[in-house]
Design a binder for this molecule. Structure first.
Ligand code: SF4
Ligand code: SF4
Length: 430
């Protein structure tokens, strides 16, 4: 099969062999009412109220949202304003743990009959895509289109991050049962688990999970970044192309992150909503790289302390990977449902930006066959029509272009700004 472009990144994955551990509980957890794509939740609790693990604390009646649940048992300390890494301010529920981690008495494995009740149960779990995008799972699975392939995204192509890899190593049977459950209820005939070939143990375990079931296959993928990007993964597993302006379901494909599949099965087995997150802690300012499982809302500083971080040396604190992760403002930011890694990095050598030398490298590596140089020029001229003609909407901000640019031009960052301007422009027109 023809391959889309991309880049080879260093395979820096030193936590691959480190099982998830549970650090001690923090003194407080901060649960922002936006941890997902869609509308913010409203707090459903008040200060002073007692909560159990799994109690509903945030809800929005709108379908395009995701419920939020208490991740610790204890007391509601405050309902406060909270600034997300994006700069947006939302409400947050701050909880003081009592240390007992008492589960809510309402927790019970959901009972469902048929597709609608299945989706309704998932909605109550607060599940969102755990690979980083945070798309509400009940919305994604509610497509009316006929789905031919369930693609389980286990590519995890950015350096450092091993959360999905560890999940595959520790939760093989949950992943298998989760896949079967989704395929059965949504009547999906085939599943492909896409794993990069540099994760041999995970591949072997997924092959064990699929053994004896012809409807589930494991595909070892070339370790090229951004292999885990949805459209790239779909092409490399099925050969199908999702055209501009379309979604995977239009091509008969549904993509789910492997950790999301494992969580869903755990939820259908126990009834416990999405209240904890497993993630990688790494970076050159970390003394003890590790894989941890923590309550959602745990302050990053608490986890970094556990990982023996050299706080004074930290120059950049990143939630996610070094390519597409989001820089955090401070150590008080909280782990959300989509945090798959925290990277604490020391200061890097300065990279001076120079004029474009027209080498064409950025064009050669772009997996979407875009022209980053032309996109940059169009943005700097404020030419929104040309940005549209150059298919800026296909840019996934993967950063391959910036990574290879010998002139250190911030091409992906410029594309991010261009997309934001176009979005704002459309909102104004509406
Ligand atoms: S950031 Fe956009 S333009 Fe640059 S390589 Fe990725 S998809 Fe292409
Ligand atoms: S990689 Fe950099 S220098 Fe080369 S063409 Fe692209 S923007 Fe210009």
């Amino acid at each position: 099969m023809r391959r889309l472009h991309g880049i080879h990144l260093p395979h820096t994955k030193q936590t691959t062999d480190m099982p998830f551990v549970h650090p001690p509980l923090p003194e407080q957890v901060i649960l922002p009412m936006v941890m997902h794509m869609g509308l913010a939740c409203e707090p459903t609790v008040r200060a002073g109220q007692t909560v159990h693990v799994g109690d509903l604390i945030g809800h929005n009646d709108a379908v395009f949202s995701a419920d939020i649940h208490a991740s610790v048992s204890g007391t509601v300390k405050a309902i406060t304003d909270y600034r997300l890494a994006s700069g947006v301010i939302c409400k947050a529920v701050v909880l003081t743990p009592d240390g007992a981690q008492t589960p809510s008495p309402d927790i019970a494995p959901p009972v469902y009959s048929g597709r609608e009740e299945f989706l309704s149960a998932i909605r109550k779990s607060g599940a969102v895509g755990m690979g980083g995008a945070g798309f509400p799972v009940h919305v994604k699975l509610s497509t009316q289109q006929a789905i031919e392939y369930l693609i389980v995204n286990a590519a995890e192509c950015e350096p450092y991050i091993t959360a999905d890899d560890r999940t595959m190593q520790e939760k093989r049977d949950l992943i298998r049962d989760g896949i079967r459950r989704i395929m059965e209820v949504l009547e999906i005939p085939s599943c492909i688990i896409g794993v990069e070939s540099n994760k041999p143990r995970a591949i072997a375990l997924m092959e064990e999970a699929a053994a004896g079931d012809d409807s589930i296959r494991v595909r070892a993928l070339p370790p090229v970044y951004p292999q885990g990007a949805e459209k790239i993964l779909i092409f490399h597993t099925t050969g199908r192309i999702v055209p501009e302006g379309h979604i995977p379901a239009d091509q008969g494909v549904l993509v789910m992150n492997v950790s999301t599949v494992a969580f869903l099965e755990e939820y259908f087995t126990t009834g416990m909503p999405l209240v904890e997150r497993s993630l990688t802690v790494d970076g050159d300012a970390i003394g003890r790289p590790c894989s941890v499982t923590v309550p959602v809302g745990t302050p990053l500083g608490h986890i970094l302390q556990y990982a023996q971080c050299d706080f004074d040396a930290v120059d950049r604190l990143i939630s996610g990977g070094p390519m597409m992760g989001v820089c955090q403002r401070d150590f008080e930011q909280a782990v959300t449902k989509t945090t798959n890694a925290i990277l604490a990095m020391k200061e890097a050598p300065e990279r001076r930006t120079c004029a474009c030398i027209r080498c064409g490298r950025c064009i050669r590596v772009c997996p979407m066959h875009l022209m980053p140089t032309e996109l940059e020029k169009a943005y700097l001229r404020g030419d929104l029509d040309r940005l549209d003609r150059l298919h800026i909407s296909l840019c996934m901000l993967c950063g391959c272009c910036s990574y290879v640019c010998p002139s250190n031009r911030p091409l992906a960052q410029t594309n991010g700004l261009a997309k934001a301007v176009i979005r704002r422009n459309k909102e104004v027109q509406v």
